[in-house]
Design a protein around this ligand. Structure first.
Ligand SMILES: C[S@@+](CC[C@H](N)C(=O)[O-])C[C@H]1O[C@@H](n2cnc3c(N)ncnc32)[C@H](O)[C@@H]1O
Length: 308
């Protein structure tokens, strides 16, 4: 079971209120959604999106007690605006994004996200999509591979890793996560391999982001989320790495400068030491919030509870 992070802080920052209407753009296994519905009470409504059908099946069961007050759809959150129109839903009181891969994915070797288990080079979040990590690894030119690994993995050995992949695949295509890990290991000088965690971590992150177009989707969705909110409605985002956190921070600033509302978190909120001890995955979580203003860009009624 995926363990949701910073649950109390999320409910607080979203300002969940009885009877409110919420969208959980990454409903996953429904942990945050259940906490939101607990607080929103009988009149509350929630739409949960996730592009992963298996996660949604778990959420469906967990959120069953709320009946038709909870709707779930297998969709990428970049379609948020269209989905709201289709559902005739809005304006919203809050939108939540809890980014990243659920631990269930990471632990499932058949999904190909893990550099620690052998599996196919897949990494698709949405298995209806056709492009996989194997297509990128075996199909992209060396320059494009190096660019992706450097940009999305912030990997200093990107150029060498790209070259090693290209050399290896000239002998035979890379099929599994183990093949890719071997190519990465060959590329990184031995002294560097001994520090900074698993040598394949950053390259795997980069490919996952590229396969799923994660950063583009996030930018689009943040704007759509703000557009969907009523004055006083809030958009909250938990991110797990600096690339995403930077996008969230910048997008919220751009919206604030455009007079669309107020950034609620000058600095991101982080989990307390107890949560980090109990759930090490929460260690890198960063939570940011934005409150949509009225048309003049002023914070809406009931705001003022700024955090950080
Ligand atoms: C960290 S988990 C969410 C866990 C959830 N908050 C809970 O309490 O169980 C992130 C989820 O977001 C989904 N996801 C990531 N990017 C997405 C996107 N662009 N569109 C839809 N779902 C996405 C993943 O499939 C995954 O289930």
């Amino acid at each position: 079971m995926h363990r949701p992070v910073m649950v109390a802080q999320v409910v607080e920052l979203l300002g969940v209120k009885p009877g409110g209407t919420y969208v959980d753009c990454t409903v996953g296994e429904g942990g945050h959604a259940a906490a939101i519905m607990d607080r929103a009470g009988p009149g509350g409504r929630l739409l949960g999106l996730d592009w992963d059908g298996e996660a949604l099946a778990v959420a469906r069961e967990r959120l069953a007690p709320w009946g038709s007050a909870v709707r779930l759809r297998q969709e990428p959150f970049s379609r948020l605006a269209e989905i709201l129109a289709e559902e005739g839903m809005g304006p919203l009181d809050g939108v939540l994004f809890d980014l990243g891969v659920s631990s269930r994915h990471l632990d499932d070797p058949t999904r190909g996200f893990s550099y620690q288990h052998e599996g196919p080079l897949d990494m698709r979040m949405d298995r209806r999509q056709t492009l996989t990590a194997a297509d990128l690894v075996n199909g992209l030119g060396e320059d494009d591979l190096a660019f992706i690994i450097a940009r999305y993995g912030e990997e200093r050995w990107a150029r060498r890793i790209a070259r090693s992949i290209v050399e290896r695949r000239a002998r035979s295509p890379l099929r599994t996560t183990t093949d890719l890990v071997a190519a990465i290991r060959d590329a990184i000088p031995a002294p560097a391999r001994r520090k900074g965690g698993h040598p394949a971590r950053r390259t795997f992150q980069a490919l996952r982001i590229a396969v799923n177009r994660e950063l583009e989707q996030l930018e689009q969705a943040l704007d759509q989320a703000a557009d969907g909110c009523r004055p006083g409605g809030r958009v909250c985002v938990i991110s797990f790495h600096s690339l995403e956190d930077r996008i969230v921070k910048r997008r919220f600033l751009v919206l604030a400068r455009a007079g669309r509302g107020t950034v609620l978190t000058r600095r991101p909120l982080v989990p307390g030491p107890e949560e980090v001890r109990e759930n090490p995955r929460s260690r890198s979580a960063r939570l940011r919030g934005f409150e949509v203003g009225d048309e003049g860009g002023q914070p809406g009624p009931g705001s003022g509870a700024t955090t950080a």
